[in-house]
Design a protein around this ligand. Structure first.
Ligand code: ADP
Ligand code: MG
Length: 695
């Protein structure tokens, strides 16, 4: 047999025939090295085996038990359930995805080791646990107290003969037979200062750790590599931006602009003025602006953006102003359209739910340059929308959009200036990482006269009292939001839903006041009317799902009730809270939690009521949540990290940034180890191209 090298094709690995090799190839895995980077998704660990009777919610455990029964359940959502039993009790295991795989797998009385997060839903439950049938090799391993890697499991993988057990055989074979060490692209010096494992060690132990600490150490090393690669792209984008020059220029501030600004119902806060100046000075530079305007909910970012838009329009540059929801885009348009009209600046609204004729009209007016400011949703990205002279792109709640969407909008102009906004104040190190290619302006103070929002959390029994408080407030002209997690009844959960609550409350407790309802299934026209009525005051209580989460601005609404507050993440709770406390009146938020509450949920609620500072909230959110779930970042698909845990890896972030700064600044005076790293990052050379490695 030929020697097994990193670049050896997989057919040299025992057990991998042409069929398996072909399937692995479709997953981008071709060589021995590629398999080493195919990581276990979890581990079965004898040391954490727990009796079923002793399980408590929110703990991550391994249990060993026998299949008592199994079968498909048909509710609103189809699911596969297995009842697993040990000597002390039984637990329900549930799968919503990959049902085809699981339903073929189980037989009564089979013994499984199973690990995952314990939840409670009519008794103890695990959703999508990792399973391993015990009987043979894994049985021996787990009884010998080994930690066994569990590789991703799907119907397709198992059909190709690549279940977790097979993957284990492959990786074991590789580690036993590999005849060369895995080279490292990190200079020794870096390994020393960061105290990270070498790549060789990290890869070995991520597959076959001796204990939990080793897994963590390998994860750290692999996380560092991911952060380095990610940040390299950010650095590169930044470098490239410096080489682009724009063709459009701006005229000095016009009288119209000055008059408009002076006639605003309020004067800007110093923090707003500062941000605005930074933006205007960027616009006057040779290369396109890339600036992020950040500031806590309610700090007044919109008006700053509008002034920037107005400034651009005064030089006949068009502005695209994109928001993530129709409700928000409509609000911006409604708030500013007529004011702008008065000074001769034309604006229009574009959303996907508008009538075709209206959209067509907008597209025409935009193309001919008759629209100065185009507000809208992601509909702005449509191919049918073209500008005559797009000078400035503004993106509100930018974390809701992907890099791709942002750049597609920018591509509609010739290197337009870009202003993105976010109410997500993120910790500095993280900002530098994610947005290192953007300049950052921060509005760090709220407009004067705002009263702190009183926030409390309670369990269900306060509801009647709260409703009475709302009714009293309505008598005094106040308005309220009540937020629910679901639109309608679901067989899957017992959660409150807005439709039933609306029916119930509008015909009982709230029958003498005006109640409105908005959620994602209400027709846009109707929704727009309801929101408008709420803004104009003819609706007293707005019952809603989280469609109201971003941007809505009704300063007269001062009470918010959040049902099932235990279900929402910290950042989301904070965003929701941002809908109140926007005027001069005192605001109150009542978060109603429905027991049983997990410890994490309780912690989250306690933290939520302890501060209204978005910065602190974001720090805590980073630590309380799981990997990659930080704010909207997960949804936006901006980061697909495998091993990074942003909450725990801030030191690694810092280290990788410093390393890259060195690489970029001293490009021409690097010694060979660093040069090698630079080549590795820039050309994505393979780790097994040893010749290049130099010293
Ligand atoms: P966000 O930063 O969350 O987008 P908005 O731009 O929606 O906040 O502003 C929140 C509210 O504060 C709005 O009603 C806005 O009119 C008001 N506002 C903005 N700037 C000031 C200011 N300087 N003084 C008083 N009110 C202001
Ligand atoms: Mg906003």
């Amino acid at each position: 047999m030929a020697e097994l090298k990193l670049h050896s094709p997989l057919q040299y690995v025992k057990g991998v025939g042409p069929k398996k090799a072909a399937f692995l190839q479709t997953m981008g895995i071709q060589s021995v090295k590629d398999i080493l980077f195919y990581f276990p998704r979890s581990y079965l660990d004898r040391t954490s085996v727990t009796d079923i009777a002793k399980l408590s919610p929110d703990s991550y455990v391994t249990i060993i038990g026998r299949v008592k029964s199994h079968g498909m359940l048909y509710g609103r959502k189809k699911r596969y359930e297995v009842i697993l039993q040990d000597d002390t009790g039984a637990i329900t295991l549930t799968w919503f995805h990959g049902i085809r795989y699981w339903e073929k797998l189980f037989k009564k009385n089979q013994v499984y080791a199973c690990s995952g997060l314990v939840g409670s839903y009519f008794g103890m439950q695990m959703v999508h646990p990792d399973m391993e049938r015990l009987e043979d090799e894994s049985d021996k391993m787990i009884h010998a107290g080994r930690i066994i890697p569990v590789y991703p499991q799907t119907a397709e993988l198992s059909k190709a003969g690549l279940n977790s057990k097979m993957m284990r055989r492959i990786t074991t074979f590789i580690f036993e037979n590999l005849t060369e060490p895995i080279p490292d692209f990190l200079p020794k010096e870096v390994l020393q200062t960061t105290r990270l494992l070498s790549l060789d060690q990290a890869l070995k132990t991520i597959h076959y750790p001796d204990n939990r600490e080793e897994i963590e150490k390998s994860r750290k090393r692999l996380s560092f590599d991911e952060l380095l690669n990610f940040q390299y792209m950010v650095f590169l984008r930044k470098e490239r931006k410096k080489t682009i020059t724009k063709t459009h220029t701006y005229k000095p501030i016009s009288k119209t602009y000055e008059k408009f600004k002076k006639e605003l119902p309020f004067s800007l806060t110093p923090a707003q003025e500062k941000a605005l100046n930074e933006i205007l000075s960027d616009l006057n530079k040779k290369f396109p602006m890339s600036r992020m305007l950040q500031g806590d909910v309610g700090c007044g970012k919109t008006v700053v953006a509008i002034l920037a838009a107005l400034f651009a329009s005064q030089s006949n540059h068009q502005v695209a102003f994109m928001a993530p929801t129709e409700i928000l885009a409509e609000q911006h348009f409604r708030n500013w359209n007529s004011l702008l009209e008065k000074i001769g600046v034309s604006s229009r609204l574009l959303t996907s739910s508008q009538k075709a004729a209206e959209k067509k009209k907008t597209a025409e007016l935009c193309q001919t340059g008759e629209v100065d400011i185009l507000f809208g949703t992601h509909a702005l990205i449509y191919d049918s929308i073209n500008f005559k002279q797009l000078g400035l792109v503004i993106i509100d709640e930018q974390h809701r959009f992907g890099v791709e969407q942002r750049s597609r909008l920018c591509d509609k102009g010739e290197n337009p200036d870009l202003l993105v906004m976010t109410a997500t104040p993120i910790p500095r190190t993280l900002a530098l990482t994610l947005y290192g290619d953007l300049e950052i302006s921060t509005i760090d103070t709220l407009p004067k006269g705002r009263q702190p929002i009183k926030t409390v959390w309670r369990t269900g029994d306060v509801r009647e009292k709260v409703y009475k408080y709302i009714l009293d407030d309505v008598k005094k002209g106040g308005q309220t939001y009540i937020v629910y997690p679901l639109i309608e009844k679901s067989e899957m959960t017992e959660l409150e839903n807005v439709e039933d609550a609306y029916k119930r409350l509008s015909s009982s407790t709230f029958k003498n006041i005006s109640v409105g309802m908005v959620h994602g299934k209400i027709k846009p026209k109707e929704r727009d009317d309801i929101i408008r009525n709420f803004f104009e005051g003819s609706i007293n209580v707005l019952m809603a799902t989280t469609v109201i989460e971003v941007g809505l601005d009704n300063p007269n609404a001062t009470i918010m009730v959040i049902e099932h507050a235990e279900r929402f993440g910290l950042a989301q709770l904070h965003q929701l809270r941002g809908r109140i406390g926007r005027g001069k009146k005192k605001s109150t938020l009542v978060a109603i939690a429905h027991p049983p509450l997990t410890e994490i949920a309780t912690q989250r609620l306690e933290y939520f009521i302890s501060t209204t500072d978005g910065f602190k909230i974001s720090e805590a959110d980073l630590h309380l949540r799981g990997p990659g779930e930080f704010f909207g970042l997960r949804q936006s698909g901006e980061m697909r990290f495998q091993n990074v845990r942003l909450g725990e890896d801030s030191e690694l972030l810092e280290h990788s940034r410093i390393l890259l700064e060195k690489l970029f600044q001293k490009k021409n005076e690097l010694d060979s180890a660093y040069k090698y790293l630079h080549t590795y990052l820039s050309e994505k050379i393979d780790i097994d191209t040893v010749e290049l490695k130099g010293a």
